[in-house]
Design a protein around this ligand. Structure first.
Ligand code: ADP
Ligand code: MG
Length: 364
């Protein structure tokens, strides 16, 4: 099984650098998702890996072999695109077989491989149809079939589900995940959708403006974001952020904001009077008193019902603040809440100047 390594990878168009020295190691069989806002350089990075874009600097290796100068067709990678890129005049079977025919695989063998893949992807009844007569989900499956038959060392996906409606996207997401479990092919998957990243990835790479912000498992990014960008990009609704001033004494570390005083994790890097940002996830806020939690005065402006859950909206320092709670079928009491409880270890403290998270020394 193959590994992928990006070393100081750079892409420039003229004097604009859009990928700014990316370092990443994808392990054998790993499913890594590159996620970030539109224009941050995800597709460019993937296309350099596939050989579809010239590399301006650095190295791309597959299984420890540098492939910068290897032609795309010799890299042994298969790419699935957002727009499927199927041949409209060919049938499903011919589309899936295309790469095999080019490589002069014997006809009988091709027929068997196509039949197997069609079975796996539930495309058997559709083999004689043309792409125009397929639904979006079926077309995407054909595109994956075409990638699978080549037995590539690495699968590359560029927003393969973005053209599908929400329900189909969820279904195809599960199919891709199962396929990866079954085939175990090292995969690099690009999306702007953090939910897709969270559900599919073994590890997520969060990018912004051509740089990597953080690499980690979905839960690492959710619970220990490296900075405020990751804190607000991963999770929905995003992590709440409040600007505050630190109060540090022998009694412990506190955050002061809007006349309130909130107990923080004990952080040796924090100094008295420092400007900080405290972050707390909507899911990690308590509405009943618990141990090690500070009571915070609040006025709820709006309750949004999602069924089993509700979002409570309020403001701190004129910035929106959201709490996610389970309703247990009861809503009436929620808009009258006047206290929230911030547990000490549910709070992340960020340096306001650098926006980087401060990590407790026992967590290092
Ligand atoms: N051929 C090109 N010439 C100039 N700039 C480009 C070209 N292709 C992409 N870019 C720029 O590179 C940046 C990254 O693009 P891209 O990798 O497609 O982003 P993403 O896939 O994350 O949305 C964008 O600012 C885009 O405008
Ligand atoms: Mg893109």
């Amino acid at each position: 099984m193959s590994t992928v390594k990006l070393k100081n990878l750079v892409k420039s168009y003229g004097d604009v650098t859009v990928v700014q020295g990316i370092n990443l190691e994808v392990k054998a069989k790993e499913f890594v998702v590159l996620v970030g806002p539109s224009g941050c350089g995800k597709s460019t990075t993937l296309r350099m890996l596939a050989g579809l874009e010239e590399i301006s600097g650095g190295e791309v290796s597959i299984s420890d072999r540098v492939i910068n100068d290897v032609a795309p067709k010799d890299r042994d990678v298969a790419m699935v695109f957002q727009n499927y890129a199927l041949y409209p005049h060919l049938t499903v079977a011919e589309n899936i077989a295309f790469g095999l025919r080019i490589r002069k695989v014997p006809k009988d063998e091709i027929r068997k491989i196509v039949a197997d893949v069609a079975e796996t992807l539930e495309l058997t009844p559709l083999l004689e149809r043309r792409p125009a007569d397929l639904s979006g989900g079926q077309r995407q499956r054909v595109a994956m079939g075409r990638a699978i038959v080549r037995h590539p060392k690495v699968f590359l996906f560029d927003e393969p589900l973005s053209n599908l409606d929400a329900k189909l996207r969820t279904q195809m997401r599960a199919e891709i995940k199962q396929l990866h479990k079954r085939l175990g092919v090292t995969s690099v998957y690009v999306t702007h959708d953090q939910v897709e990243a969270m559900t599919l990835a073994d590890r997520i790479v969060v990018m912004s403006a051509g740089k990597i912000e953080q690499v980690g498992t979905p839960m690492e990014l959710f619970n220990s974001p490296a900075n405020t960008f990751v804190a607000t990009f991963i999770g929905s609704p995003p992590m709440n952020l409040i600007e505050a001033t630190a109060e540090v004494s022998d009694a412990g570390c506190y955050a002061l904001f809007e006349g309130q005083r909130c107990l923080l994790p004990t952080l040796s890097q924090l100094s008295d009077g420092e400007e900080i940002i405290i972050g707390i996830r909507p899911e990690y806020i308590e509405i009943e008193p618990v141990a090690d939690a500070t009571a915070i005065d609040v006025k709820i402006d709006l309750v949004e019902t999602l069924g089993s859950e509700a979002l409570l909206h309020c403001k701190f320092l004129d910035k929106p603040f959201v709490i996610k709670v389970e309703t247990h079928g009861q809503l009436t009491h929620l808009e009258n809440l006047n206290k929230l409880y911030f547990r000490q270890n549910a709070i992340t403290v960020f340096d306001k100047k650098t926006t980087n998270a401060m990590i407790a020394s026992d967590k290092k």
